[in-house]
Design a protein around this ligand. Structure first.
Ligand code: URA
Length: 238
């Protein structure tokens, strides 16, 4: 249970003071009844409305974001626009962060959330949450590349990657599946095979599959099924 002024402030749309003013003005209802005190408490997931508009009262927010090229996977950056920069103001004030990183020039699925414990669990190296990518390279992909990925590529700095999947789709295009997430990993794996990456797009993150209805730069909330599957993958399923 949480105080109504806190619930409203958690949405990022109003300060506690502004929430109190809305309540005083009789503009807030809970389960159809006008709320009269800012101290009243309600459970998360309750039916709260402001001026008739239903407000999300869940504790955490989970967004599937189709990252376009050109944004950095950070919450703040002194020089570059971040993956939060396209969100409306109220979604920039609720502590969202990208769960994992994609390079500035990589596109595709990025989970934006403020659920620190779940993000931490999903990104923990011991969980091996799978990620798949559409990859294009310079040069021609061969059976030998598939085999090298399956055995584990050794990077230029000597790091031995875990076995990974490489499924050729065409001469220079493949689906790559990673069970770990090192810095610039696919670019470095392909470079180690002498085939520099020219295009990279993440298609899946654990059980999440990029919704192709989302154009680059668009986002949507996760569905209940997606969230349940994600919690399961993070070991936090009910
Ligand atoms: N591997 C990379 O090289 N870059 C990414 O953004 C993701 C995986």
């Amino acid at each position: 249970m949480e105080r109504i002024d806190k619930i409203l402030a958690n949405t990022g749309r109003w300060s506690r003071k502004e929430a109190a003013a809305l309540i005083r003005g009789g503009r807030v209802t809970a389960e159809g009844r006008v709320v009269t005190s800012r101290e009243e408490k309600f459970p998360s997931g309750g039916r709260i409305q402001v001026d008739g508009e239903l407000i999300s009262t869940e504790k955490y927010t989970y967004l599937m974001f189709h990252k376009p090229s050109g944004l950095v996977s950070a919450t703040e950056d002194p020089r570059e626009p971040t993956v939060l920069s396209l969100l409306p103001g109220h979604l920039q004030k609720i502590g969202l962060f990208p769960a994992g990183r994609l390079d500035k020039d990589t596109l595709g699925l990025l989970l934006l959330t403020n659920d620190g414990p779940l993000a931490h669990a999903l990104l923990s190296p011991s969980r091996h949450v799978d990620k798949t990518y559409l990859v294009r390279v310079e040069g021609e992909l061969e059976k030998a590349d598939e085999e090298a990925f399956r055995k584990g590529v050794t990077l230029a700095d000597g790091y031995e990657c875990l076995p990974a999947g490489l499924e050729r789709l065409g001469q220079n295009e493949a689906i790559v599946t990673l069970h770990e997430g090192k810095y610039h990993q696919i670019k470095r794996m392909c470079a180690a095979r002498g085939k520099p990456v020219t295009f990279l797009k993440r298609l899946t993150f654990g059980p999440l599959v990029l919704d192709e209805a989302l154009a680059p730069g668009q986002w949507r909330s996760l569905t209940e099924e997606e969230l349940a599957a994600l919690k399961q993958a993070g070991g936090k399923g009910k």
